[in-house]
Design a protein around this ligand. Structure first.
Ligand SMILES: [Fe+2]
Length: 399
């Protein structure tokens, strides 16, 4: 080993790498990045990182608008007295239920189409309440759910590697055992704020848990406004693309924050960007920089500040504009026959959803609605998705 003393010029030896070491020592691997393995970030990590990177932040960030062209789309906040989550709820009346009961023969849902049309142009959330899943078999519940949401859209995405049209979000430990690679969404753990991979997300609440499990929703416009007011320097980071991607990886870098005719919106999966203790970020893609990690945490805490914490009611159908709303959930505990079970659909409706989309985003949507995937798609009617969906033994994160 050479010993170097200060003040002397030494020619540093250039190591000759063995071919098998070249990959290990690739420049990508040297980007070790910040410690950001917390799935749900703690305020302490956020403030510590901010303290450490203060010198990297712009003192005079770019100017961003705090208001938007279309005033009918509301940047609501859970903290505003004007925000009325009750207004998102449409209570199905006995005559609606009678119609839905007849739905197993044929259902007309123009009311639902109109309600969603209204929701997507205002707060981005619609809740249909009044069904009692206990009156029906799981198969009948699914038929009703898919029938009712068909008035929002008949275009359903393939959501998983096995092209499931239905994803049963529940603690699936009964199937996976204690597999260390169970994806977090199929456990009872909390989820950080994120968006899903389709323009519209629907959830049917078949059962609620014994404790916890509230849905948390935040207006993307309001989160953006919060960042303009309190952390303007992170916006530029969120709307930029890190182009240090490894060209050998089938991964396309894209922004976290997008613009649609003067309206900003978020589209990202925090888990895919950060990795988690159980599902590490692949070494072959660039690690997050400290600034990127901080910007993601800033989004999380802005969403937390302005979110609504919604207690799901058994039987409700939630329809969420995924390009307007960030969502997350609290951890939950099952027991006493209460086994939290939400069935998810990913939908699109080209007439009503945002029209101008970033080309990379269009690719994401095209992928989940790809005809060959839809041709291979399956309806999982047993109440749990397959092992391949629940568990990722590659140790890589998925949705
Ligand atoms: Fe999600």
């Amino acid at each position: 080993m050479a010993i170097y003393a200060p003040g002397q010029n030494y020619a540093l030896p250039v190591p000759v790498l063995a071919p098998e070491d070249e990959l290990y020592y690739s420049p990508t691997n040297f980007r070790t990045g910040p410690s950001i393995t917390e799935d749900v970030p703690s305020p302490m990590t956020y403030s510590q990182r901010l303290e450490n990177i203060g010198h990297l932040l712009r003192t005079q960030p770019k100017q961003y608008p705090a208001e938007f062209p279309d005033a009918s789309i509301v940047p609501w906040s859970g903290g505003d007295p004007d925000t009325d989550p009750e207004a998102w709820i449409f209570q199905l009346q006995p005559e609606d239920i009678a119609e839905i009961d007849a739905a197993l023969k044929g259902f007309s849902g123009p009311k639902i189409k109109a309600l969603w049309d209204d929701a997507v142009n205002h707060d981005g959330i619609l809740i249909l309440r009044g069904l009692d899943p206990k009156r029906y078999s799981l198969h009948q519940n699914i038929v009703l759910y898919v029938g009712i949401t068909s008035y929002v859209s008949v275009h359903r995405a393939a959501q998983t590697i096995t092209n499931d049209l239905l994803v049963h979000l529940r603690d699936s430990g009964i199937i996976t055992g204690e597999s260390q690679y169970r994806r977090e969404q199929f456990s009872g753990s909390a989820q950080p704020f994120h968006t899903d991979f389709a323009p519209i997300m629907a959830m049917y609440v078949v059962e609620t848990p014994l404790q916890g499990g509230r849905c948390m929703w935040a207006s993307g416009l309001r989160v953006y406004q919060e960042l303009v007011a309190s952390r303007p320097e992170v916006i530029e980071v969120l709307e930029s693309v890190d182009d240090h991607g490894n060209p050998l990886e089938a991964i396309t870098p894209r922004p976290v924050l997008y613009w649609d005719d003067g309206h900003p919106f978020f589209f990202f999966s925090r888990r895919q960007l950060t990795g988690t203790p159980l599902q590490a970020r692949p070494q072959s893609i660039p690690q997050l920089t400290d600034l990127q990690a901080d910007a993601l945490d800033a989004v999380q805490f802005a969403a937390l500040k302005h979110c609504i914490r919604h207690v799901p009611v058994r039987g409700e159908i939630q329809v969420i504009d995924n390009l307007a709303i960030l969502h997350s959930r609290e951890q939950f505990v099952n027991g006493q026959g209460r086994d939290r079970h939400l069935i998810r659909l990913w939908l699109k409706n080209e007439q009503l959803a945002h029209k101008t989309l970033h080309v990379e985003l269009q690719k994401v949507f095209n992928d989940v609605f790809r005809p060959d995937r839809l041709k291979e798609s399956i309806w999982e009617l047993r109440g749990y998705n397959s092992w391949e969906t629940l568990v990722d033994e590659s140790g890589h994160s998925n949705t």
